[in-house]
Write a protein that binds this ligand. Structure first.
Ligand SMILES: [Zn+2]
Length: 335
C-alpha cells in the first residue's frame, strides 16, 4: 500500500481512500470483507469508475459514489477490466443508477454484459454456493450502453486526459488493462496477480478456463513498456515500485507454472487420473508457496481473503488446463 492515502468515512476500516494523484479507491466490500476488491474512481471532467465489484455488494459502492457527490447524471464511464463477477458483476446495477454512463469492456466480453444469462450460469458452476452468498447475478445492460473495445482504443475523460485501453489476456481472454498517462498509472485488474493484505509477494491469479502463461507475460511486458509510476491492483490497492512489481509478477507466474508442471508430470506417471492430477498439483503448489505467503497471513480475515479470491485449487485447475492444452497442441495465442 502507498503511504500517502488519507481516508474518509469515519467508520473503521473506511470504505474510501484518496490518493495524491486524485484516484479514489472505493472498497467494494466483496464477500463482506474489506480490502478484497477495489473500485477506482477517476474524478476527471468525465468521471470514470474502474471496476465495481460483484452485484451482491454493489450497493456499498453506489453509496460511496453518492457520498463523494456523484449525482445520477455524473458518471460518464464504468470500465471493467474483465467480466469475472468480482470485477463486473455489479455493472448492470451501476448502469441503472447512472443512466448516462457507458460501460467499457473488452469486445470479447461485451455481449455477456448485455445478455448475462450464460455468464451467470457459468459463474454459478464455478463459484458453487458462493454465487448466491458472495457474488449474485449480473443484470442485463442495454446493448447501446455497453461499448466493446479493442487493443489501443482510448477513452476521452475530457480536459486532455485520455485512458489507453490495452488488451491484456492471460488471466482471461477478455481482460483489458487501463493506462492513464496523465498520472502514470496502470490499473491492472487481475492481469499481474493479486497482493492482498499480509502478502509479501504478488501471487498469480491463474484460474480456468483461459489462463495462458505466455499471454500473461506479454501483458506484463506491455505495462512495462509504458514505464508507469504506479500500479493499481483490483486486489488490492496501489504499488509504488512498478518495475519491481512487474518483474516479480512475471517471476511468480513462471515459478508457479514450473512447479505445477513438475507436479503434473509426477501425477501423470503415477496414473491416478484427473482428480489425482488436480489434487497433486494443488497440494504441491500449496507446499511450495505457502511458506512465502504464510508469514503475514496469520489472521483469520487475511486467510479468508485468499480462500475467497485466489485459492490454490483454482490456480491449480487453471495451470493444469493450460499445461494439458499445451501438451495437446490446442492452445491459441489468447488462451
Ligand atoms: Zn478475474
Amino acid at each position: 500500500m502507498g503511504g500517502d492515502q488519507r481516508t474518509d468515512g469515519g467508520s473503521a476500516p473506511p470504505p474510501v481512500t484518496r490518493f495524491e494523484d486524485g484516484v479514489i479507491a472505493i472498497d467494494t466490500l466483496t464477500g463482506g470483507l474489506t480490502s478484497v476488491t477495489a473500485g477506482y474512481l477517476l474524478p476527471a471532467a468525465r468521471p470514470t469508475l474502474i471496476e465495481c465489484g460483484p452485484a451482491l455488494t454493489v450497493e456499498a459502492v453506489l453509496q460511496a459514489l453518492d457520498a463523494l457527490g456523484l449525482g445520477p447524471q455524473d458518471l460518464a464511464y464504468l470500465v471493467v477490466t474483465h467480466i469475472h463477477l468480482d470485477h463486473a458483476g455489479g455493472a448492470g446495477d451501476v448502469a441503472a443508477a447512472f443512466p448516462d454512463a457507458t460501460v467499457i469492456v473488452s469486445d470479447l466480453g461485451a455481449r455477456h454484459l448485455h445478455d448475462p444469462e450464460k455468464l451467470n450460469a457459468s459463474s454459478r458452476r464455478v463459484y458453487g454456493p458462493l454465487f448466491d452468498t458472495v457474488y449474485g447475478p449480473c443484470t442485463p445492460i442495454e446493448a447501446g450502453r455497453v461499448h466493446g473495445v479493442t487493443d489501443g482504443n482510448t477513452l476521452d475523460l475530457g480536459g486532455g486526459r485520455r485512458l489507453e485501453l490495452l488488451h491484456t489476456p492471460g488471466h482471461a481472454k477478455h481482460h483489458i488493462g487501463v493506462f492513464d498517462p496523465t498520472i502514470g498509472a496502470v490499473f491492472t485488474g487481475d492481469s499481474i496477480g493479486v497482493k492482498l493484505p499480509g502478502m509479501h509477494r504478488i501471487r498469480p491469479a491463474t484460474p480456468p478456463a483461459d489462463f495462458h502463461l505466455e499471454a500473461s507475460l506479454d501483458s506484463i511486458s506491455r505495462y512495462r513498456e509504458r514505464s508507469p509510476e504506479r500500479l493499481y491492483l483490483a486486489h488490492y490497492g496501489p504499488i509504488d515500485e512498478p518495475d519491481d512489481a512487474l518483474a516479480e509478477a512475471a517471476d511468480q507466474l513462471r515459478a508457479w507454472t514450473d512447479v505445477a508442471e513438475e507436479a503434473y508430470r509426477e501425477a501423470l506417471s503415477a496414473g491416478g487420473g484427473a482428480d489425482h492430477e488436480l489434487q497433486h498439483v494443488a497440494e504441491t503448489l500449496q507446499q511450495r508457496f505457502a511458506t512465502e505467503l504464510d508469514p503475514g497471513l496469520e489472521d483469520e480475515e487475511s486467510i479468508q481473503r485468499v480462500e475467497l479470491l485466489n485459492d490454490t485449487r483454482s490456480n491449480a485447475a487453471g495451470l493444469l488446463r493450460y499445461l494439458q492444452r499445451r501438451d495437446a497442441g490446442t492452445l491459441t495465442p489468447l488462451g
